[in-house]
Design a protein around this ligand. Sequence first.
Ligand code: PXL
Length: 286
Amino acid sequence: MEDLIRIAAIHDISGVGKCSLTVALPVISASGVECACIPTALLSTHTGGFHNFTFRDLSEEMLPISRHWKEEGIVFDGIYSGYLASSKQEEMLEEIIGMLSNENTKVIVDPVMADNGIYYSNLGHDMCLAFRRLCGKAHIITPNITEAALLTGLPYREGLHESGYIDSLMEELTKLCSGIIAVTGVCPDNESVGVYAVDTKTGESCFSSGKAKEGVFCGTGDLFASAFSALMLRGAGLKDAVETAVSLVNESIERTVLRGTPRRNGVDFEGALPNYIKRVSELFGK
Ligand code: PXL
């Protein structure tokens, strides 16, 4: 039997709201990949749509956790980072990447900082500068349209997104990351929203989408990036990984709309996991 692939997920843990680690852990596990984690912050809820959330910066734990893993000789196939408690944590992350990587480790950076044209609560331009640096260390980045605009300094467009706009975002993002770039929240027409991905090394590109729904769905970026990271680490091709991760997001959104789940609670991905696991087994033929 092949060795289990191991990923270190470095995100916050928001107790309620289904994003970051509360999504990464189940989705990466369901993808057949072991998910180790370094929490960047502990919050009572995520910061979108809840008031008076608690927030504890866990910077002091990050390097000691990673040093312990290094001493134990634990090997990582991937290091997947997301929401950071502060832009200072970016320097720690660079140190952690240096400590835990070998020549085969893939670094995946989700530059979680903004959506719908605005920064998340308490975040600003210093986080953007930090993510510009971090993207330079990444083999894969997964910004949404807002984050892509902030990272590149190009204007944010709500959508529809003409191909010229997406091409110019991609061209500028390539200057920050010379690996795989997957941009989420791309709206090519009124009916659909999806992910456009490019492998800047081979020129391969693909787009996968679902039916656009009214409003904002919290945590869908984390859902996509977690599945996509795990599938890429397992060796899926770009198109298969994008399509399979997008299908999980699409089914989760459909279930959320059918139930009328409040948007701030995150999407109902739990019931979409059985089909996702089936697709993943078909992809890897076992
Ligand atoms: O889903 C992205 C995310 C992650 N972590 C925290 C957030 C958000 C989005 O609002 O607030 C704490």
